[in-house]
Each structure stands twice: as structure tokens, then as C-alpha cells.
Design a protein around this ligand. Sequence first.
Ligand SMILES: *Cc1c(COP(=O)(O)O)cnc(C)c1O
Length: 481
Amino acid sequence: MKHIFEKSVPGRTGVDAGPVKQGTEEKLHSRLRRKTESLLPEVSELDVVRHYVRLSQLNFSVDTHFYPLGSCTMKYNPKVNETVAALPGFAGLHPLMAYLDDSAVQGALDVIYELSSLLAEITGMKGVTTQPYAGAHGELTGILLMAAYHRNRGKSKKYVIVPDEAHGTNPASAAMAGYSVISIPVNRDGSIDRTLLKEKMNDEVAGIMLTLPNTLGIFSREIREIAEMAREHDALLYNDGANLNAILGKTRPGDIGFDIVHMNLHKTFSTPHGSGGPGGGVVAVSERLTGFLPTPVVGRSAEGRYYLDFNVKNSIGSVASFFGNFAILLRALVYITMLGREGLIDVSEKAVLNANYIRVKLKEYYDLPYDRTCMHECVFSAKRQVQKGGIHAIDIAKALIERGFHPPTIYFPLVVSEALMIEPTETESKETIDEFIQAMIEIARLAETDPERIRSAPGNTPVSRPDEAKAGRELKLTCNL
Ligand SMILES: *Cc1c(COP(=O)(O)O)cnc(C)c1O
């Protein structure tokens, strides 16, 4: 397949921009004038169209393939979200307008206010900031809020406790905020080891970060006991709510006893994401932390007028420019209001049902280290395939690509060796999920009978098995001209 530079023919153009107007060149400062050719490919419009359409087709995406990437919630993003986000009245706004003349942006402020209220309701919390750009950014914001709370009470705290199944961003966020991390392993049943937790708890612990349901897809039944332990030592309970998809409308972090929760709008509330962005890591907090939220927050006067409220007494300051990724907030609001209460309950029920369907259908073929009812995802291990035919999780992932499926998350969570973490989401049909199950069964069979077939997959993609370490070390993004 030729790339666009190889198709270049001197003098060929797509659009004739006409001659340069007399005097234009002189108006440009000599420093800005090009002294050499631009080296852009010289191609026709059709060449350009084919180039970009082909590039788009080389991708795996939610719009083209089943994408059961565990922990990432790659659900379908309704196109109506995009339509609303592209409305000129929203898309054309400059965020500075809110500072210069808030009467001109009442609609946009309404979006932020409404979304914040809905998310406070959904999580059972009292205050919300929409500023953070992603989950990890929300975590850092949450831990900074935690630190501000303890500082304000004159307490010096040193540690944050994180179970070892957690997403790597959890310990990283706690460390960035200046805490030392105490890692606690999970039990045989997949929940945090409470005996060890009890041992490690002391008055210097600032907080416990828990993912609920955790990255093994398991809802820890002992959460109340842990909340009690935290209270005894004046530690705050932090909920990594990236997995909120599983509990929407069923339970609320605020009711459980959490003080802080970050949500991933780009996962649970359905906005396109992947490869680093864009995202929304909204943070919601309990009553005792509302006085520390980042500013500005959007306030509403008694007459219903929206304004920027900088009057948060102990605010940690801004954690992002303006209000975060506004267009993502807008999409999330559309999604939530479109589904409504019943729709959101339906989301969590189907997400959990689909994951358990896969768990039960595949457990005969793949090792299931934590064999209990899961929530929105199930975690298998390729251990059996390693023992029988030397087939690893990476080989299974490649064989799935050959069969037209995006692989699940592999080698995470770290507590499961050869992990295959499958999250089907609620948006997939039974037919699609059945096809995936069939592919997984076929791969399990071939792993025993013809492992070489699996080891050499994929055979039908433009690139088969790149040397990923080499691609990283000798990154080459331009072609030789
Ligand atoms: C995705 C995820 C994160 C991080 O979110 P980003 O938006 O990628 O920064 C944190 N924790 C869990 C459990 C996640 O699934």
C-alpha cells in the first residue's frame, strides 16, 4: 500500500487556489516567508480522499468492531451526542466569555450546573468539580482535596492505602500529591485483605483508595467494615469510580460512605475515547469536602441566573483551565438526560448481565482465578493455554484481532498472571457477544491442537506482529523524502 508521499507527482494539485494576489507577499515579514519548498505531497483530491478513508479503515474502533477492553468501558457512543456537541452555539463559544460577560453564556453554564447536579445525585454526593480532564487527573484532584481537608484540620498525615489490584494511576496520583503509598494485597476471594488492612491502619493514614467494583470486576461486600475502619482513624474514603458503569442506579458511593469519587465521563457516560483523550474526570465529594473544591464552580442565583463562583473558602485553586473539557461535559449531559433514571439502571443491569454471560460461557475453556459472580467485567487467565500449548495472553489477543475483535485488556490487573480482562459493556447485542464467545472457544481449541496457528496470528492485518519495544525505541513517524 502506497502512502501519500509516494503518490506525489510534481505539479499535481487537488484545488487550484489561484494566483497569489499582488502585494500579498510583500505584506509578510521576510522572516515569515518560506525559503524552501513545503515538501507537501502533490496529489489530486481523490488521492487525498482515498488516503484518509483508508487510514480510518486501518483502525479498530467501537464503530467498527466489538471492543471488550476491560476497565476501559468501550461502549457505543450515541451519535446524537456528537450532533449536540457540534451545535454552533456550543462549539463556537470561547471559554473566556464566561469571565467577560456571563449573560452571553447562560446556556453553557446551565449545562455545567445541570450536569454537576445530576452527577451529585447519581453518586450521592454534595459537591462537584467538572475541571479534571481525565480519570487520573480526577484522582490527583481528589487526593489534593483529601490533603487540603487534613491540612485544614491541622493533621499531618503521611500515607494513602491502595489495594494491589488497583489501576496504576491510583498509587501514582497519591504519590504525586505527596503521600507514601501502602499497597495491600487482595484475598483469594478478590477483595482487599482486611486483616492486613487493620494492621496497617493508623492515624497517619490520610485515606483509602478503593475501586468499587474493583478491577477484578468484584464488588467488595466488606466495604462498610472498611468505611468504619477509615472513620476510626479519621481517614477519608476515596472511590475510583471509573467502573461506575456497573452500579449506576443501584447504589451510590455517597450512601456507601465514600467522601470522594471520580468518574470517567468518557467511559460511563459515553463519549468517544482512546489513545489518550479527550476525557472528563469529574470529581464529586461529600459535604465535609465541598469547601475545598477547585474554582470556579458554577452557581445559580435565586432568580435562576448562572454565574462563576470563586467564593470557595478553602479552595485548592484551579486544576485545569476554565471548566474542563466542555464538549465532553455536554455529551455526558445529553447521554444522561436521554436515558433518564430507568435508562441508567438498564445500563448497569445489562453491563453486569453481559459480563456474567461471558464468564459462565467461557469458564470451561479458560482459567477463572476469582470464580464468583462478577460485575461489569470478568477476568480470565491464559494459564491453561500456556501450560498446554505455550500460548500466552498476547497470542490470544492477536488471534482475536484476526477474527475481527478488539482484544480484551491483557496482563492487567497485575494480580492475575496472563490476565484476560473482558468488559463487553451493555451496548452489545447477544449475537455479537455469542460470536465473540465462539471465537474465544475456537482459539482455546486451536491453542491445544494447532498452537502454531495462534502464534502466527494475525495473518489478515496490514501489520502482523510489530516488535513493540523496537517501535518504541526507534520511533519513526516520517517517511524518507
Ligand atoms: C480508566 C481508569 C482510570 C484512569 O482513567 P483515565 O481517564 O485513563 O486517566 C483509573 N482507574 C480505573 C479503574 C480505570 O479503569
